[in-house]
Design a protein around this ligand. Structure first.
Ligand code: NAP
Length: 243
C-alpha cells in the first residue's frame, strides 16, 4: 500500500487532503505542530477508509525535525509515494509595520519547511523511481496582496521551488506540482471580517468561498496515475477569483 505524508494535517485544508488521500487508498502520515487531539481526529477519519494512519508531531520549520518525521514515515510504511507540503501560517501586517521576525517566521514555516521536507523525501523517491510532490501555494503568491508581503513571498517562492525541482527530478519519474488556493473557509480565514469576505465573494466568478475539499480534490488528482504527465504546474483552485 502506498504512503502519503501531509504536513499540517490536524485541521483545515491539510486535514481534508489527508482524508481525500485515505479515500484514494494511501496510508497517511498526519503531521501537526501543537494540536495532537485534532491530529488524532484526522487519523481516525482517515482510518474509516480502511487504511493505516499515524500522527507525527514535527515543526517543519526545523530541519532536524523534518528528518525525524520522514524517517518515522519510512520506518512505519516502507515507502513514501506522496509528499504534500501544506503546513502554513500568516502573520499579516503592512510593510512599514512588519517586524523582521514576522517576515522570517512566515518564510520558515511556509517555504523553508518545503525545502526541508523535499531534501529528505527526494532521495527515497529517487531510489523508488517514482513519487509525487505537491506544494500548497496561494493565489497571493501569484498576484500579491496588501499586508501579506511575507506570505506572498513564501508562496511565490514555493512556485519557483516547484518548477526547479520538477526539472531536476523528473528524469526519475517524480512529478512536482503546486496548488494555489483562493479563499477557502478554514481557521486561517475565519479571522477575516465579514465585509472583507463579502468583497472576496463578489470578486469571485462562482460567488462563494471555497471549501477545504475543493483543494483536496485537486491534490488527489495530482497524486493519481491520471496526472502522470503533469509536472512543474500551478493549478489555481479559486472559483475564478483571479480572472
Ligand atoms: P490552518 O487551518 O491555519 O491550519 C494550519 C495547519 O498547519 C495546522 O494543521 C497546523 O498545525 C499546521 N502548522 C502550522 N505551522 C506548522 C509548523 N511549523 N509545522 C507543522 N505544522 C504546522 O490553515 P489552512 O487554511 O488549512 O491552510 C493550509 C495551507 O493552505 C497553508 O499553507 C495556507 O497558506 C494555504 N492556503 C490557505 C488558504 C485559505 O484560504 N485558507 C488560501 C491559500 C493557501 P496545528 O494544528 O498543530 O497548529
Amino acid at each position: 500500500m502506498k504512503c502519503a505524508i501531509v504536513t499540517g494535517a490536524s485541521r483545515g485544508i491539510g486535514k481534508a487532503i489527508a482524508i481525500g488521500l485515505a479515500k484514494d487508498g494511501f496510508q497517511i502520515v498526519v503531521n501537526y505542530l501543537n494540536n495532537e487531539r485534532k491530529a488524532l481526529e484526522t487519523v481516525a477519519e482517515c482510518e474509516v477508509y480502511g487504511v493505516k494512519a499515524i500522527a507525527v508531531q514535527a515543526n517543519v520549520s526545523d530541519y532536524e525535525a523534518c528528518r525525524q518525521l520522514v524517517s518515522k514515515a519510512k520506518e512505519t510504511f516502507g515507502s513514501i509515494d506522496v509528499l504534500v507540503n501544506n503546513a502554513g501560517i500568516t502573520k499579516d501586517n503592512l510593510l512599514l509595520r512588519m517586524k523582521p521576525e514576522d517576515f522570517t517566521n512566515v518564510i520558515d514555516a511556509n517555504l523553508t519547511s518545503a525545502f526541508h521536507m523535499m531534501s529528505f523525501v527526494t532521495p527515497i523517491m529517487l531510489k523508488q523511481r517514482s513519487g509525487r510532490i505537491i506544494n500548497i501555494s496561494s493565489v497571493v503568491g501569484i498576484y500579491g496582496n496588501k499586508g501579506q508581503m511575507n506570505y506572498a513571498a513564501s508562496k511565490a517562492g514555493l512556485i519557483g521551488m516547484t518548477k526547479s525541482a520538477a526539472k531536476e527530478i523528473g528524469v526519475r519519474g517524480i512529478t512536482v506540482n503546486a496548488v494555489a488556493p483562493g479563499f477557502i473557509q478554514t481557521e486561517m480565514t475565519d479571522v477575516l471580517g465579514d465585509t472583507f469576505k463579502e468583497t472576496i465573494i463578489q470578486n469571485t466568478a462562482l460567488k462563494c468561498l471555497g471549501e477545504a475539499e475543493d483543494i483536496a480534490n485537486a491534490v488527489s488528482f495530482l497524486a493519481s496515475e491520471k496526472a502522470r504527465y503533469i509536472t512543474g504546474q500551478v493549478i489555481q483552485v479559486d472559483g475564478g477569483l483571479s480572472l
